[in-house]
Design a protein around this ligand. Structure first.
Ligand code: IVH
Length: 822
């Protein structure tokens, strides 16, 4: 081989390996820039020496000249289909697996008493593809077509990044035909549709259509831009190499040859019941998978048994497609109402004719906001597509306009221009929609306050605030919820009753509840439900909360106040929440669990948090100016401060915690000055201003030589107050915080030691833990070796933890790490 040919061979192999590491193993060993550099070198060499280009060259991945049409490919082994089975669920979500038990019976019957083992794997929602490799090189790829003849899509398939152009490993067969599914990952689909929209092109209806459309491009350069993905599911024929005896071995062999498997989402089980349990788990998991699946495929594992079972018509007797319930269905909009949320957000909701979708009967679906209703033009009476995926709130996807109810309307033509057009019929009968476009109400249906919509905001809000019973109830439901104060036994229904009867107005009122009040609530609600048309289901009916329903019901019969005692015990037990939970429970706009945690970690105590000035908040990790403003605005309101004081007065005591986000890093002058409200300035300029002011807040407040725009800003009373506030914060709080911060400097136990972080820690984010270790003089490394001093393991810690255990490296919990740092 001449040196150029050698170099081309070397680059081809190396780049194919890098691509495999990147796309299939998800573990790149070189930076992207290095790959790009080598890729360009190979491209240049191939341009100058086209005769030396190798059949597995990675430069084919970018596509090539368009084809005139696809050639036909006859499938040596026909591509068949699968029989479907469904498992309907009842209203409690319990599955009826009769069709699957029948499948198991048929299989066992066909095997004359031999026991089958089953493999269960995803039924990918993409397109079937057959890949042919000769001497390890991909030579042909074909679609399924009618099962006998398909289309040659080799050029296109070569652009699919996780399909090897040359097979990997030691055991390369002379010939192998691998079949599987080409699909588009949900994230790539979303990005593609985003681009389509930006370019004014029609979006694809779903990832399957997008994958099919992309693979059937005559111009493979277009396919190359659409990220596609491949999963193998069978070997159709083979000469040489490893000859499998089981389906699972076939999959393992595919992996060895360089293919990706749907790791964690397939399994092999000794009986049908375990298969069904896995199916149920996968149905739960379905919405969180990175790709769409429409069911699971169950296959007899032994290939000898498969052969024994054979085929009926065009489907194997040894496999079945165990489908999931459709996530989309058609139904009719009976009415459109609004719901008022905790923050007053007004959400239009479609009341639907009950429809079975995503495994449950759906009667309501969200329409999100006015803009969404207008964009989709959803009206009463419309037939709509409803979607429910997993536990997410069902939504109206689109209207089937052909089915919109119409009415005859007399249109009198009076306009001069139209007179010409309708010269013969000055008055004409035409069909027009029976219902008008939907508009949100102008006033809140609960409290009659005005509904307002701020400019640039998608959501409209009820202006009633805590005057609005709906907002009050929602605020309390959030307060009591599991991730907030976690009040056991106090569910949505009870809270709604308490608010409706005006027995509870605000958070602190919950802590003043007693048994007589709860009983009164129950009696009033019972009377109300007894007078309703529907027969009420006795004394217990309406008081079942989110937790322990049946238990509550039973207790209720025996001991009439047991349920009330349970609620009071739950309330009492919630009095010492973690600080982050308490902050989250307050329902401050934009403060989710994560932000609440950050606040707790940065300030340690409620007292510090409620006094933190806005620019300091805006300097915290992951908190921007909008969120900082919302927090500061919340605590600036006297009513909110009074509400917190009241909670403290009734005995709620949020627990203080160690400060783990070092405050000084976030309180540098250029950072907070650049984040002052209504004063736009870069950090560089902010630093200059700080120096000009003699590096002091007093200087910023009084120096007459500072720029005019600064002087104008500080002359406003609210800004002057803010600067004063900052001064107090620096003088008092900051020094306290520094004392409370753990590991603010070199720490003997940590300095020079190597740490590896793995899994999810209970409170610290990975970068926070890393910052703490590094500030204390330690090092953080990505992999465990004999040189590792400590592995800090959180939840779902995987192979790194195992390795630490085999190497005998000390393993710490987050708490132990914090102790070490202290
Ligand atoms: S095995 C003899 N396994 O489903 C049939 N098919 O209805 C062998 N599919 O056209 C097919 N995921 O495109 C098999 N894990 C899987 C699958 C799968 C999706 C598709 C395949 C086929 C259709 C059959």
């Amino acid at each position: 081989m001449n040196p150029t040919a050698q170099r081309i061979k070397y680059l081809t192999d190396l780049l194919n390996r890098y691509a495999y590491e990147y796309y299939t193993l998800d573990a790149p060993s070189v930076p992207d820039a290095e790959y790009d550099k080598l890729f360009r070198e190979l491209e240049a060499l191939e341009r100058n020496h086209p005769e030396l280009k190798l059949p597995d060259s990675p430069t084919q991945r970018v596509g090539s000249e368009p084809l005139a049409g696809f050639a036909e490919v006859r499938h040596e082994v026909p591509m068949l289909s699968l029989t479907n089975a469904f498992s309907p669920q009842d209203e409690n979500g319990v599955f009826d697996h009769a069709e699957m038990y029948a499948f198991d019976e048929r299989v066992r019957g066909g095997l004359n008493g031999e026991k089958p083992e089953y493999v269960i794997e995803p039924k990918f929602d993409g397109l079937a593809i057959s890949l042919l490799y000769r001497d390890g090189v991909l030579i042909q790829a074909a679609t399924r077509g009618d099962g006998t003849t398909g289309e040659d899509v080799t050029q296109n398939v070569k652009t699919v990044s996780n399909i090897p152009l040359r097979l990997h490993g030691e055991n390369i067969p002379e010939l192998i035909e691998i079949r599987g599914e080409v699909l588009m990952l949900k994230a790539d689909f979303a990005a593609l549709n985003q681009r389509q929209a930006e370019n004014g092109q029609k979006p694809f209806a779903n990832p399957r259509n997008a994958a099919a459309g992309s693979l059937r491009q005559l111009d493979s350069r277009i396919t190359a831009q659409r990220k596609l993905h491949f999963f193998p599911y069978s070997i159709a024929r083979q000469q040489g190499g490893f000859i499998a005896e089981e389906h699972l071995q076939e999959l393992g062999y595919c992996k060895e040859l360089g293919f990706s498997l749907p790791d964690g989402n397939f399994g092999c089980f000794p009986n049908i019941d375990e298969v069904l349990a896995f199916y149920e788990q996968m149905q739960q998991k379905r919405p969180t998978l990175p790709y769409e699946i429409d069911g699971m495929v169950v296959k007899v594992n032994s290939l000898a048994q498969q052969e024994k079972l054979g085929f009926i018509s065009r489907a194997p007797r040894w496999a079945i497609a165990h489908k999931f319930p459709a996530e989309e269905a058609l139904t009719i909009v009976e009415a459109i109402d609004v719901q008022i949320g905790r923050t007053g957000a007004v959400t239009p909701v479609a009341r639907l004719q009950p429809v079975f979708v995503g495994g449950v009967t759906v009667t309501n679906a969200t329409l999100h906001n006015q803009d969404e209703v207008s964009r989709k033009d959803v009206r009463v009476g419309d037939t709509v597509v409803v979607r429910r995926a997993g536990d997410v709130i069902p939504e109206v996807v689109r209207v089937i306009f052909e089915r919109r109810p119409m009415q005859e309307a007399n249109i009198t033509v009076s306009d001069g221009l139209q007179d010409d057009l309708f010269a013969e019929t000055p008055s004409e009968t035409r069909a027009e929609p029976l219902h008008k476009p939907y508009r949100l109400p102008t006033h809140c249906p609960i409290c009659r306050s005005e509904i307002e919509r701020e400019e640039g905001e998608a959501v409209a809000r009820c202006s009633g605030g805590m005057l609005c019973q709906a907002q009050r109830a929602q605020g309390l439901i959030h307060f009591a919820s599991r991730k907030a104060m976690d009040i056991d036994g106090l569910g949505q229904k009870q809270i709604e009753q308490l608010v409706a009867q005006d027995l509870v107005r605000h958070f602190a009122d919950l802590y003043r509840l007693d048994i007589p009040t709860l009983q009164k609530m129950k009696e009033t609600a019972d009377k109300a439900s007894a007078s309703e048309e529907e027969p009420s289901n006795s004394e217990i009916g309406d008081f079942e909360g989110e937790t322990g329903n049946t238990l509550l019901a039973k207790n209720n019969k025996k001991q009439p106040t047991k349920w009330a005692e349970n609620i009071l015990a739950g309330i009492e037990a919630s009095k010492t929440p973690e600080l982050a939970r308490f902050l989250f429970a307050l329902g401050i706009r934009h403060v989710g669990e994560r932000t609440a945690k950050t606040l707790a970690q940065a300030f340690g105590t409620l007292e510090h948090v409620r006094r933190a000035p806005e620019p300091i908040l805006a300097c915290l990790p992951d908190i921007g100016t909008v969120v900082a403003h919302s927090i500061a605005h919340f605590f600036a309101q006297e009513a909110q401060q009074a509400m917190i004081d009241e909670l403290l007065a009734v005995g709620v005591a949020p627990q203080s915690q160690a400060v783990t986000i070092p405050p000084l890093r976030h309180a540098e002058p250029q950072r907070w000055i650049a984040r002052l409200p209504d004063f736009k300035i870069s950090e560089t300029k902010a630093l200059a201003l700080w120096e000009l002011a003699g590096q002091s807040i007093e200087g910023l407040q009084t120096d007459k030589a500072l720029p005019a725009d600064w002087q104008a800003w500080r002359s406003k009373p609210q800004n002057a107050a803010l600067l004063e506030n900052m001064k107090t914060f620096f003088a008092q709080t900051l020094s306290n915080l520094q004392d409370e911060t753990i590991s603010d400097g070199i720490n003997e136990a940590v300095a020079g030691k190597t740490f590896v972080l793995t899994g999810t820690l209970p409170t610290l984010k990975r970068d926070q833990a890393q910052a703490l270790i590094e500030t204390a003089g330690g090092k953080v490394s990505g992999s465990v070796s004999k040189k590792t001093d400590y592995v800090v393991a959180g939840e779902a810690a995987g192979s790194k933890l195992e390795k630490a255990q085999t190497l005998g490296v000390a393993v710490l919990s987050e708490e132990e790490l914090l102790t070490l740092l202290r």
